[in-house]
Design a protein around this ligand. Structure first.
Ligand SMILES: [Zn+2]
Ligand SMILES: [Zn+2]
Length: 91
């Protein structure tokens, strides 16, 4: 599982949903928790947050998006303890 820690501002987010809204301002985001199921099949991307990694994995295995689903889905872990502004890593 990948770890995501990059976002677009210099704040220190406490909430995972706020962090993902910052990292993916155009995505449709629901739920709360440190595990995110990201679907890139659709525009906007759909992100659902989970506290339980097993539940996230189960849902990503069963996920079929509305419309054209190309199964571009993944589960990632959000590491808010080491969050960074993406600009500092792309200089
Ligand atoms: Zn941010
Ligand atoms: Zn899909």
């Amino acid at each position: 599982m990948k770890t995501y820690r990059l976002h677009r501002c210099d704040r220190n987010h406490k909430q995972h949903d706020a962090f993902m809204r910052c990292a993916y301002p155009k995505a449709a985001i629901s739920g709360e928790g440190q595990f995110a199921v990201i679907s890139r099949c659709t525009r906007p991307h759909v992100i659902t947050l989970y506290t339980n990694p097993a539940a996230a994995q189960e849902d990503v295995d069963a996920l079929v998006c509305d419309g054209l689903c190309v199964f571009d889905h993944e589960v990632v872990h959000l590491d808010l303890n080491h969050q960074q502004n993406w600009k500092h890593t792309h200089v």
